[in-house]
Design a protein around this ligand. Structure first.
Ligand SMILES: [Zn+2]
Length: 355
């Protein structure tokens, strides 16, 4: 990877490159701005550049080919530490917040040591909106008296959720929203050539990514989380290989959404919009995972598996059909359960449709 992969963020990228080439790297940075515009990718590249062993006089690091660059890219460089949440002892899952414990163990206990093999110690605090105030407070002393070869990169969608005492001690880089044309350019550049590419309605896809789900999804909000779970189960079943899908199961899933428990037209629309959001993520993961981020990053593995079975051109057709069904139920007032039933059948026809 090189800096060219980050598009539409010239100001932020230029500023980082300047810090590197003039050897005036700060002790702490905050990368902030909306989801899916390259902040985490930039943090990875910056870490790579800070450890890069290339001696080139003409090119700004990272070179992308030296051993250090390779280790950072594979996530195994001993001096580049991405802070992780603790595991919950009872469930074995990652905790939803990063508290004082992980900050102390992963950052503070190492921050004043020498790098093991690289030139600097780099700490990446991604999703910093999940870091507790107490955990940030425990970082303050390190931020006030940074050791010269330590760099902390805080990545967050929301600058003002950070304590002002932290904000004032960091170099701040704003990553801007990408406009429709820029998003279209990124997707178009990343879609594989050939089958189906010309037919992709990129505008439609982009308008999805500007939809409300992308802004507001929060896996903690019970009803939405439940709805997403059933939408994900539905997509897993619908994308099963030919001969392996159980159409009766699919139809009863659809009927459960449409008729069960007194659900309303609004519920069906919510379900269809959730499916659209997930399909959009699946497509993003298939074609441009380094540039655009999925909204539902916590279920990325499941989404990738579905995408692998579906194929790019099938996914594009599927998006189109779900979009039509949403319009039918929302604007034309068709019978929701009949619309869902015929959606099931037509979606099955898109699985593995080339691409
Ligand atoms: Zn390198």
């Amino acid at each position: 990877m090189d800096w060219g992969i980050i598009q539409g963020q010239d100001a932020a990228v230029e500023s980082l490159r300047r810090d590197i080439s003039s050897d005036r790297v700060g002790g702490a940075y905050i990368f902030y701005g909306p989801e899916g515009v390259g902040k985490a990718t930039a943090a990875g590249l910056f870490a790579q550049a800070l450890e890069c062993e290339s001696k080139s006089e003409t090119e700004t690091p990272p070179c992308g080919v030296c051993p250090a660059c390779g280790k950072v890219e594979r996530g195994v460089h001993p001096d580049v530490i991405t802070v992780r949440p603790e595991k919950d002892k009872s469930t074995g899952q990652d905790r939803k917040t990063i508290g004082v414990g992980p900050i102390r163990e992963q950052v503070l206990e190492r921050a004043h040591q020498r790098p093991q093999e690289g030139r600097r110690l780099v700490f990446i605090l991604d999703n910093a909106q999940t870091v507790t105030i107490q955990a940030f407070n425990s970082l303050l002393k390190t931020l006030e008296e940074p050791s010269p070869d330590t760099v902390l990169i805080i990545v967050t969608p929301n600058l003002h959720a950070l304590p002002p005492t932290v904000i004032s001690r960091c170099r701040r880089l704003r990553f801007r929203s990408l406009n429709r044309a820029e998003q279209r350019g990124i997707l178009s550049a990343n879609l594989p050539d050939g089958e189906g590419k010309e037919e992709v309605d990129l505008d439609r896809l982009i308008s999805l990514s500007l939809g409300r789900l992308g802004q507001a999804f929060d896996a903690d909000s019970g009803a939405l989380a439940e709805q997403r779970e059933s939408a994900l189960a539905f997509l897993e079943e619908v994308s099963a290989p030919v001969g392996k899908a159980d159409e009766a199961v699919l139809l009863s899933m659809a009927a459960g959404v449409a008729g069960g428990g007194g659900s309303t037209r609004k519920d069906v629309l919510g379900f269809l919009e959730m499916i659209l959001g997930l399909l959009r993520d699946i497509l993003v993961l298939e074609v441009a995972p380094d540039v655009l981020e999925p909204w539902n990053a916590d279920v990325e593995k499941a989404l990738r598996a579905i995408g692998g079975r579906w194929g790019v051109s099938g996914l594009i057709q599927a998006l189109d059909r779900v979009r039509n069904a949403t319009r039918d139920v929302g604007e034309i007032n068709t019978n929701p359960s009949l619309t869902l039933e015929s959606l099931v059948i037509s979606l099955r026809g898109t699985v593995g449709a080339g691409g």
